[in-house]
Design a protein around this ligand. Structure first.
Ligand SMILES: *[C@@H]1O[C@H](CO)[C@@H](O)[C@H](O)[C@H]1NC(C)=O
Length: 135
């Protein structure tokens, strides 16, 4: 029995190491940014997931609101946001796995402008319009 102990300890250590590896790679951290690129109005940002309500935030011109989260194993993480200002409002999915391809490795950048909401497409390094404001 005495010789079993170091072996067991080694096994436990191995499992711990493996889990750290996994959580550092598969469960990557992601940051979603919502930038106020409006000319002169404050932007209200209200984002939520199934489990978390991130609350309502007023963002000044050229400022941003951002949050960070870990992707879950199934990559089923979903955050939706409602952006609103004097010129309109729009509800959309700010993070879901399908968007990831277009985002940077660890950052999704949304930018609200007077004519709509843009996503920064890393492949082309440009902001592309994804949504228009609803009145
Ligand atoms: C988004 O916010 C606007 C302004 O507060 C509101 O009128 C609209 O109903 C909201 N939309 C959703 C889907 O929550």
């Amino acid at each position: 029995m005495r010789t079993m102990k170091p072996c067991l300890l080694f096994l436990v250590l191995l499992i711990c190491l493996c889990q750290t590896q996994i959580s550092n790679s598969i469960f990557d951290k992601m940051r979603v940014h919502v930038i106020n690129g409006l000319t002169k109005e404050t932007l209200n940002v209200h984002c939520q997931s199934k489990d978390d309500d991130l609350g309502s935030h007023d963002v000044s011109v050229n400022e941003e609101y951002s949050w960070k989260f870990r992707l879950n194993f199934w990559d089923s993480t979903l955050f939706f946001c409602n952006l609103s200002w004097k010129g309109g409002h729009k509800s959309f999915d700010a993070y879901r796995s399908a968007i990831t391809d277009e985002c940077e490795e660890s950052d999704c950048r949304w930018r609200a402008t007077d004519d709509g909401i843009y996503l920064f497409i890393i492949k082309h390094k440009v902001y592309v319009q994804k949504y228009k404001w609803e009145p």
